[in-house]
Design a protein around this ligand. Structure first.
Ligand code: 5GP
Ligand code: MN
Length: 335
């Protein structure tokens, strides 16, 4: 019996299902989890989505998002749900360390574990693994998953909104990481009545004044360019966090602006947080920031979008990053 047939059998009767996604969930993590939840609930399953940490407020419009439990806010409840789950879906992450202490519970659990993800090098902890690094997003893979179960007609407007949100956010509105399938799915969702214009408006035109001013601050005062290595760095200090009252999600998307400069192929956004320095990396073309993140900053991710974290000073992290650039990018002549 192939994997999908086995899963059909597992899901043939109502089950207690937990859906987990990664810390600091983004549009794809949230969209894929909620799409799958709404779909499974239609099949009479009891489904809990558990997020390791809170979601950015801009995603409040996603159908059913208020039903998500947050591990950081109620650890006991989250662990209890994982313990009693019969089926655990792991969406948009490739290793159990991405879900903190919940990872251990998942490891110990006898539930059937199903991983749906598009990151490199998934850890082999799941019973079933739908992992495809060529997918635009986990949302794309959730759409395929539902279609492969023979249930495509169950994808209604709310489910479609969740799926299209993840595709839009993980491709920067179809600017990168696209493939023919992502466009096909978007087209089919639009045919079904999903309003892409409204979704884009809700996703992109809902910054707070503080966020836009913070972006201005980053670009005006915190951007350093290293033209010979086609690299730009924005760094934020603890003082910046304090004076701009930066909260969760306020720095989302800032890193992408660095790549808008002609000739810049690598972007680093480095933040000094209370106990840790957190990094976001982006690149164009063949330069793998996933390698940089994995090899030097305890992180990982995709070739062109990765991240990491380290216990060190902001200054040390920036100089470590600069020191490694020659190992990943050919030096070019600049004027
Ligand atoms: P972001 O910069 O948006 O936080 O993350 C971009 C991508 O980098 C994520 O989708 C994720 O794949 C990866 N990533 C970010 N932070 C980490 C981390 O600390 N560890 C690992 N393994 N991957 C990360
Ligand atoms: Mn994703």
């Amino acid at each position: 019996m192939n994997e999908i047939e086995q899963i059909k059998e597992i899901l043939a009767l109502p089950k207690d299902i937990v859906i987990l996604t990664h810390r600091n969930p983004d549009g794809d993590a949230l969209g894929s989890s909620l799409a799958l939840k709404l779909f499974l609930e239609e099949q009479a399953h009891s489904v809990k989505v558990i997020l390791p940490s809170e979601y950015p407020k801009i995603f409040h419009f996603l159908p059913s998002i208020e039903s998500c439990a947050v591990y950081d806010l109620n650890q006991e409840y989250a662990l209890e749900q994982i313990e009693k789950a019969q089926v655990i879906f792991c969406l948009d992450f490739n290793g159990l360390d991405r879900i903190d202490k919940m990872g251990l519970k998942v490891q110990e659990s006898n539930a059937k574990k199903i991983l749906i993800d598009h990151h490199l090098d998934p850890e082999p902890f799941a019973d079933f693994q739908f992992s495809d690094t060529k997918a635009s997003s986990t949302c794309e893979l959730v759409y395929d998953f539902i279609e492969n179960l023979g249930q495509k007609e169950k994808i209604n407007v709310p489910i479609g909104e969740c799926i299209l949100t993840g595709i839009i956010t993980d491709t920067g509105s179809f600017k990168y990481s696209t493939n023919p399938r992502a466009y096909q799915i978007a087209s089919q969702l639009k045919e079904r009545g999903v309003d892409d214009y409204q979704l884009n408006d809700k996703i992109h035109n809902t910054l707070t004044e503080k966020q836009l001013r913070l972006l201005g601050h980053c670009l005006a005062n915190r951007l350093e360019l290293i033209p010979e290595y086609q690299t730009g760095i924005i760094s934020l200090t603890k003082d910046d966090y304090h004076s701009f009252k930066i909260g969760r999600g306020d720095t989302e998307g800032i890193v992408n602006h660095i790549l808008m400069i002609d000739g810049i192929k690598v972007a680093a956004f480095i933040r000094e947080q209370p106990t840790i320095v957190k990094m976001s990396f982006r690149s164009k073309g063949d330069i793998s920031v996933a390698d940089i993140a994995r090899n030097h900053f305890n992180g990982g991710g995709h070739k062109n979008a990765a991240g990491g974290a380290a216990y060190a000073s902001l200054k040390d992290i920036i100089s470590r990053f600069k020191k490694e650039l020659p190992n990943y990018i050919d030096k070019i002549e600049t004027l």
